[in-house]
Design a protein around this ligand. Sequence first.
Ligand SMILES: Cc1cc2nc3c(=O)[nH]c(=O)nc-3n(C[C@H](O)[C@H](O)[C@H](O)COP(=O)(O)OP(=O)(O)OC[C@H]3O[C@@H](n4cnc5c(N)ncnc54)[C@H](O)[C@@H]3O)c2cc1C
Length: 394
Amino acid sequence: MAQRTYRVMVIGGGIAGLTTAIALNRAGHEVRVFERYPRIEPLGAGLILWSNATNALRAIGLDKAVCSIGQPLARLAIVDVSGLTLAQTDARMISQQAGATTVAVHRADLVTALLAHLPDDAVATSKQFEYFSFEGGSVVAYFADGSRETGDVLVGADGLHSRVRAQIHGNHHPRYSGYTAWRAISPNTGNPLLGDDVSTETWGCGLRFGWVPLTGNRVYWFAVKNAPEGQHREPGGHKQELLRHFSDWHAPIPATLEATPDDAILRNDIFDRPSLPHWGVGPVTLAGDAAHPMTPNTGQGAAQAIEDAVVLEHYLSRYRTIDGALRGFEQSRIPRTSMITTLSRRIGVAAQIENAALCRIRDTVARLTPDDQGASQIEGIVNWQAPQIPDRSS
Ligand SMILES: Cc1cc2nc3c(=O)[nH]c(=O)nc-3n(C[C@H](O)[C@H](O)[C@H](O)COP(=O)(O)OP(=O)(O)OC[C@H]3O[C@@H](n4cnc5c(N)ncnc54)[C@H](O)[C@@H]3O)c2cc1C
């Protein structure tokens, strides 16, 4: 039987939207991405892509391109503010078991690599999606510029504040985590604690600092602080505020902050949402943060978006009806993404403890817990094998 192919509209040109488009285009579907901004801006800081992400990228022919721009990570260490190791994960061993590398990438490099794998006319920009309707057996997307587009399937990959999700499930405010995060890329001044293939996360009390080596002698860093939702930039700028909090933390944290221009620092409050019993309706579904926004504590948001892309294609190519394929896709993804959302939130609670006595207890427990116990939790997530997708794009 000939493979069914569909006209698929993807709303949003982030990691979820672009990988979904690549997976579906590769399988022979006619895909268009609609992005609200005039350009797909290669913005953002860094990402760790665990083996489940690189395995999913392999299924859509992208692992080599992405690994070639990524810094392989051998270990991830949690340390205290003096630099003493509390726990560490052997990422190389976990990657070997999962059969795919764990890499750190600059988000801009990743987006550029993804765009290079799509036909030029696959992405339409300045297309702010407003709403969809079902008309004559098709789904129609309406945009802020007054235009409309028709397709067989619509995928809402429009992020945390997804309009597609809001139309189906109501416009609810996301769940604030209680902490805010700053992120940037800066020159790598070297990490005297550990090697250049080791990522560190330093736990203080209500404060955290992550240091992730990238290729090209760059480092991706993030800082996390307990704070009320919606606070604005401090008068002296992000950098001055961060130096106030982190200047007496272990090297290379102060030097890394000093080496970062203030206007290169991004700040976002961190949110997630409780999981849904289903994501879409009829020929409409969700992917990425639109479906399952999670706090970044397991480093899995982008990875889960990439998994969504591969699994969505798998279901669309194998089910007789679009509705059956999309509901099957959602039911296969919801348990896994809900589990990771819950785990991420729990790790965030422990990592952001503010009370000094409780911090000491947390650090002692972390130090005394065998490293392989922590690793087994990560292995449970990253040991994920992607369904295979035949390349029918040419
Ligand atoms: C501090 C931090 C650290 C992180 N670290 C990691 C990590 O190490 N590893 C990891 O795997 N993940 C990590 N993540 C998570 C990861 O960044 C996200 O899960 C991922 O980028 C989500 O991609 P997305 O495409 O679903 O959403 P987005 O990146 O938000 O993309 C949505 C796109 O849709 C567009 N859009 C929105 N509304 C509309 C509309 N109405 N019409 C048209 N277009 C629209 C937007 O402009 C955007 O381009 C981190 C997140 C944070 C905040």
